[in-house]
Design a protein around this ligand. Structure first.
Ligand code: MG
Length: 281
């Protein structure tokens, strides 16, 4: 595979991603897929999606888990609702992630990813060791399916993420690096963070954002690729420097408006294609 195939974050029926029927129009060779609702996570549905992707000439490079009840309304709500951290839903969501891993296997996809949620910052905290334990269980399930588990960045600092990966101690635990999330959540300067965690990065999002006036307390703003504070050229040059050759997956968290998606993502593809040519030349 050539380095840096372009991709888009896509969805069939759940999560904010490019609508399924827009994928073919965009003519991208790869997608990351938001896991569909539970009723479509069976083997028959997976085989249908796989046949559709073959027809579109698209390869699924990661399946992202997401859950009922998650809300990204503001940072405190994320703390309460997202990922495997909230205790009330932890066991059922772990089971669901394992089902998503099985679904990904039926799609012939070797990577499952998710936002774990806000892991407590202190490793001696009891909840911290509980999150380490569920992540180990999930990694082991993925391992049995021949898969990697990728953690989406944003809710931890680079130091926090490295510490957590070390505590989990599973070779198939990797990072999906999202530079905009570092800005949106106010968890650190993305280029420095990427240099720090680079050895663990196995997939990335190409997303842009602007800093909040009160980083870490209120959201920054997500904006079209190239219009935010990430600095796309510097981002790609840093990916090159750390030896990353995987897909460049464009993520744009706008509601499913096919025309707007096509226009904005078309521009993002153009930007990335141009940068790729000049950097890899
Ligand atoms: Mg992302």
């Amino acid at each position: 595979m050539d380095a840096w195939p372009i991709g888009v974050f896509a969805s069939i029926d759940a999560g904010l991603g490019v609508a399924w029927d827009v994928i073919a129009d965009l003519k991208v060779p790869t997608i990351q897929l938001h896991a569909p609702h539970p009723d479509k996570r069976n083997q028959a549905a997976a085989e249908t999606f796989r046949a559709q992707m073959d027809e579109m000439g698209v390869r699924c490079t990661a399946v992202f888990g997401g859950f009922e009840g998650e809300s990204y309304a503001d940072i405190p709500t994320v703390v309460q609702t997202v990922g495997l951290v909230p205790e009330a839903s932890r066991a059922s969501r772990l089971k669901e992630m394992m089902e998503i891993s099985d679904f990904a296997k039926w799609l012939d996809c070797d990577t499952v990813a998710l936002h774990l949620g806000f892991i407590p910052h202190d490793p001696s905290n009891e909840v911290y060791s509980e999150i380490v334990a569920v992540t180990q269980q999930l990694c082991d399930h993925c391992q049995a399916n021949g898969q990697y588990l990728h953690l989406e960045t944003g809710q931890e600092t680079a130091d926090g993420l490295l510490e957590f990966i070390q505590q989990v101690g599973r070779d198939n635990l990797k990072i999906n690096f999202d530079p905009a999330n570092m800005i949106l959540y106010g968890t650190g300067e993305p280029i420095e963070a990427l240099q720090q965690v680079g050895d663990h990065v196995r997939s990335v999002h190409c997303k842009d954002g602007t800093w909040s006036d009160t980083p870490g307390e209120s959201w920054g703003q997500e904006v079209p690729l190239g219009e935010g504070d990430v600095g796309m050229e510097k981002y790609l040059r840093t990916l090159h420097a750390i030896g990353y050759t995987g897909p460049l997956t464009i993520e744009r968290e706008i509601p499913q408006d096919p025309e707007r998606q096509k226009a904005e993502i078309g521009q993002a593809i153009e930007l990335l294609t141009g940068l790729r040519e000049s950097i890899l030349a």
